[in-house]
Each structure stands twice: as C-alpha cells, then as structure tokens.
Design a protein around this ligand. Structure first.
Ligand code: GLY
Length: 384
C-alpha cells in the first residue's frame, strides 16, 4: 500500500509544476453546491453504509488498518481512531501533525487535538501544546482523567507530563530547515524576498541544493499549510467516536489555535447521528461551527456528503461566493453517519497535491482506499 504523506505529495509533484494562483480560479464554475448534484457526483455518498467503518483525511490512508483491527475485535471506537492518528503523529515525514510538524513563527511546534466519545457523550481537547507528540492521546486523557473539556498551552504540557507523557523536541531537522528558509524570507527590510537571487542562494545552502526540498520549501512558504488529520469511526453496534489532531497553521503567531481542538468545529460526534471533522483553514470552520452544522444536517436526513456541502456553502455565503476571496484558502469537511455511510467535501476540486482531485481515506473492513471529495467549486483553487 502506498505510504501517503503531504510532504511526499509535494516532493513528487512540485518539482515541475507552477504554484497554483488565484488567477486559476477565474472562469471556474460552481458545480456541486446543490444536494442533488452532489449525490450524483459522489457515488460513495449514495451508497449503502457499512459497519464497522473508519475514515480520515488522505494522510491517514496507511494508518486506518490499525484502527479497523480494533473495531473488528470489538474494541472502543475512540481507541480505534486515536490509535490510527497516533501513527501519523509519530511519523517525522508527515509535517502536518505531531512530531516533525511545521512550527510557529518562532520555530516552535505547537499542537492542537480533540476527541469525542459518542457512547458516553464525553469530549477532551488540548491546544497550543509544546513538546508532547501524541496530543490526540493527551486529549483523550483530559476526557478520561479530569472533569474539564479543554486544557491549553503550558497547562496542557504540564498535565501531560504529570500523566506520564514523554517530553521531546518536536522539530525535526527537516522542519527546522524549512523554518529557517521561511525566516530568511520574512523580514523584507533586511532580508531578501522569496523571489530574489539572495533568498534562492540562502535556501540552496540550507538544503544543499536539493531541488525537490527547495521546491517544497517554496510551496509551504508561499502558501502556509494547515494540514491535519481528522479520523472518525462507527463500530458494528453503531457507536461512534472521532478525533482531530494537527500542528496547525505553519508560521502562525505563537498561541494561535485552529479549529481542530474546538469541539463542534474541527470535531463533532453525536452517537444518535454521526460524526464530522475538518482540515484546511480552521478560522473559516470556527466561524460557522462546521462540525455541529454537519451533524445537525445529517440528523435532518442529509447524507454525509450533502451535509458537508451545506457547511461549505455557509462559508462561501459569508464571502458572497466571491471566488477571488475564497481562493485564498482551502477547506475540507469529512463525515460519517450511524449507518456507516461516509462523505467529504472540498472547497476546491484540487487537494494539497497540485492538479489532483482532493480525496480522503476510507476503510470499511477490506482495505484502506482513497475516495474523491465532492468539490463545492469544480475548479482548481485554494492558496492555503
Ligand atoms: N484545520 C487546522 C487548523 O487550521 O489549524
């Protein structure tokens, strides 16, 4: 099975391709922003559900099998999703989550995560946590060992240490070099800009002339990513849980918190209905409480895909469907319902990989596979 990581996508796809610009958006046609269109566009949404089921964003493709093993053995749905995303958090080659995540503007990795356990309607969450790698497990520990829902910053780190979590430096050599390249591009008064020969010289030194690494650094500097892994599962009985974990927006102001640890935005579960999660620009999701909207839309009978498209429509409406403004970011919603039906929507057709349709990972008992997201705008776009 192909090992998927966002970094790998960029390294293999960017060398010869230009960075997508907002100009690509003009003339594009909104296609899938009606319920009937989306159901036809995504056969998975119309398909019958299957239980047990576990899904995640595409960067969890190689990790869902472990979660499925737990579901098949009758284990708890929350343990299944946390075990799956822990594989991605541990992976130094995935720079969107956990160890090796891209840091804040000061070169420090800060992680956010949340969990929701459907059968007991409990939640836990941590934000802006430094030096602890497995923050989905830490969020689960908040849920299990305290009567709080959310602990942030140094309090979350200290809570983790007290609970036996190991403290490590989350910055890998790779993410440190990309941060150095970003830093070299930032202060225009005394440092050269990203297009200048001086900056290119500096970056060539940092990466020893490695063209693929330089192309990747240019991409994440020009378009700071908000990579994340949301993961949700329903077991054979219909019990549901979810988690979302992330290193958040690259080069963020220290202390910036995205949607991933916000219950009802980046993670939402109702055991009677289903679950929802998100990746992309968290600020946009927070403003609409996207996770809650999706769950409530499914409660009213919408398929997971149509519920995700409804949430995306709320975001687009706030920008009056202005594709120039919406083209400055990317957003994805993912959902499952109690019957084991899954779906996902992307604001734009393309995903993190240039010129490829956005997708998400699904394991329904046989194998882990990628399934296309249904685009809200059937056009390439999304700078961030
Ligand atoms: N969706 C992840 C973030 O904005 O931090």
């Amino acid at each position: 099975m192909e090992l998927w990581s966002r970094r790998k996508f960029f390294l293999t796809s960017l060398a010869g391709s230009a960075i997508a610009g907002a100009g690509k958006l003009f003339g594009s046609t909104p296609s899938a922003n009606s319920s009937s269109a989306s159901a036809l566009a995504n056969p998975a949404a119309a398909a019958q559900g299957k239980r047990p089921l576990i899904i995640s964003s595409a960067n969890g493709l190689h990790a869902l099998g472990k979660g499925m093993d737990i579901l098949k053995q009758g284990g708890d749905t929350l343990e299944a999703v946390v075990v799956a995303v822990t594989i991605v958090e541990d992976d130094p080659n995935d720079d969107s989550v956990g160890y090796g995540g891209l840091p804040n503007e000061e070169g420090v990795v800060e992680l956010d995560a949340s969990v929701m356990h459907g059968p007991t309607y409990r939640a836990g969450s941590v934000a802006a946590v430094r030096n602890i790698k497995n923050v989905s497990r830490l969020a689960k520990t908040v849920m299990e060992k305290t009567n709080h829902v959310m602990i942030v910053g140094d309090g979350a780190r200290r809570f983790g240490v007290d609970e036996g979590f190991e403290e490590i430096n989350l910055l890998t050599d790779h993410s440190r070099k990309i941060w150095l390249a970003w830093k070299a591009s930032t202060s225009f008064n005394w440092r050269p800009g990203i297009d200048s020969p001086e900056w290119k010289q500096r970056v060539s030194e940092i990466f020893n002339g490695d063209a693929a690494q330089i192309a990747y650094a240019e991409r994440v500097i020009a378009h700071p990513p908000t990579g994340t892994i949301p993961c949700m599962a329903v077991d054979a009985k219909g019990d549901i849980s979810a988690t979302t974990t992330t290193s958040g927006l690259a080069w963020k102001i220290p202390g910036r918190v995205g949607d991933s640890p916000i219950i009802g935005a980046g993670c939402c579960v109702d055991n009677e209905v289903g679950a929802a999660g998100s990746t992309g620009k968290g600020e946009e999701n927070i403003k609409i409480s996207g996770g809650r909207i999706i769950v409530e839309m499914m409660r009213q009978g919408k398929s997971p895909t149509d519920a995700c498209l409804e949430a995306m429509g709320r975001v687009a409406k706030h920008y009056k469907n202005d594709k120039t403004k919406l083209g400055t970011f990317h957003l994805y919603f993912y959902a499952i319902n109690k019957d084991g039906v899954h779906g996902a929507a992307s604001l734009w057709r393309n995903g993190y990989e240039e010129n490829k349709q956005a997708s998400y990972a699904v394991h329904d008992g046989t194998e882990s596979r990628l399934v296309p997201c249904t685009p809200y705008f059937d056009a390439a776009g999304g700078d961030q």
